[in-house]
Ligand binder design. Structure first.
Ligand code: 13P
Length: 284
């Protein structure tokens, strides 16, 4: 089926009390792994691309591959820009057929974040594209965006309310103790803060930096209103681990298909596990 918006996927997730997985892609094998896993689980899914992924693979490739994968499956697939930081980048993605965009103005003061988000919403709304914004600063590194531990700041619930009232954004990424990339210790999520945020705002919450967060914590976050869960690092790990394993077993292998095929399968298994954890299995 044609690509759908994140907004409609998260509306159904809200009604059914589950979350939809948003998985980062960089190439064909990752896109295939994401959509095949969703199909096998009969689950909705979000394919997302960061600015770094777009720089690597090309906007046209990412869009064409994801549109094709969506058209060839019966499960609903959305294509989302992850951590867009410039208005121009967001507009380019919308023009190429992304059905959802994130505008990450979290590095700016509240009023500038609101202004930038509203500018994006004005364009996106006109053509039915959904918009995610970020408030608070999520630590760690996501491709070319790094927020070090000292800079990371948890989302203030009152500010979240002010932000949502001033923008009417479709989904909000919050900082409650997760970070992008590999965790040094076990992450501890601030569930009280999450509870406060969801009691004050009525739109779906997005959890970034979800690789490495214990399953129980993910489940609790979903029970408190998280509706989109972002996963990147776990896919990279599965990809590289399998690639290394194949090359260790067959050091003379030169056929890329015999290396990338098993890597794709390994990522697919990780994605299927996540889909089951998020509760979206069977919800397509
Ligand atoms: P992880 O790399 O920790 O899975 O985070 C992904 C993410 O939040 C993308 O925005």
């Amino acid at each position: 089926m044609p690509l759908v918006t994140v907004k409609e996927l998260l509306k159904a997730a809200e009604d059914g009390n589950y979350a939809v997985g948003a998985f980062n892609c960089n190439n064909m094998e990752i896109i295939q792994a994401i959509v095949q896993a969703a199909e096998e689980e009969n689950s909705p899914v979000i394919v997302q691309a960061s600015q770094g992924a777009i720089k690597y693979a090309g906007l046209e490739y990412i869009t064409a591959l994801t549109k094709l994968a969506a058209e060839q499956t019966k499960v609903p697939v959305a294509l989302h820009l992850d951590h867009g930081t410039s208005f121009e980048q967001v507009v380019k993605c919308i023009r190429h057929g992304f059905t959802s965009v994130m505008i990450d103005g979290s590095a700016y003061p509240l009023s500038e974040n609101i202004g930038l988000t509203n500018k994006v919403i004005e364009v996106a709304r006109a053509i039915g594209v959904s918009v995610e914004a970020e408030l608070g600063k999520i630590g760690g590194t996501e491709d070319d965006i790094t927020v070090d531990e000292k800079e990371a700041a948890f989302t203030d619930p009152q500010e979240a309310r002010e932000f949502v009232d001033a923008t009417g954004v479709d989904a909000l990424a919050v900082a409650i103790g997760t970070a992008h990339g590999i965790y040094k210790g076990e992450p501890r999520l601030d569930f009280e803060r999450l509870k406060k945020i969801t009691s004050l705002i009525d739109i779906p919450i997005v959890l970034h930096g979800s690789s490495g967060v214990p399953d129980e914590a993910i489940k609790q976050a979903i029970s408190l209103g998280v509706r989109k869960v972002n996963i990147d690092t776990n896919l990279r790990e599965a990809f590289v681990k399998k690639t290394r394993q194949v090359l260790e077993e067959k050091p003379r292998e030169i056929d890329p298909r015999k290396i990338l095929g098993p890597a794709r399968d390994a990522m697919k298994e990780v994605i299927r596990e996540k889909i089951r954890l998020f509760g979206s299995s069977g919800k397509a």
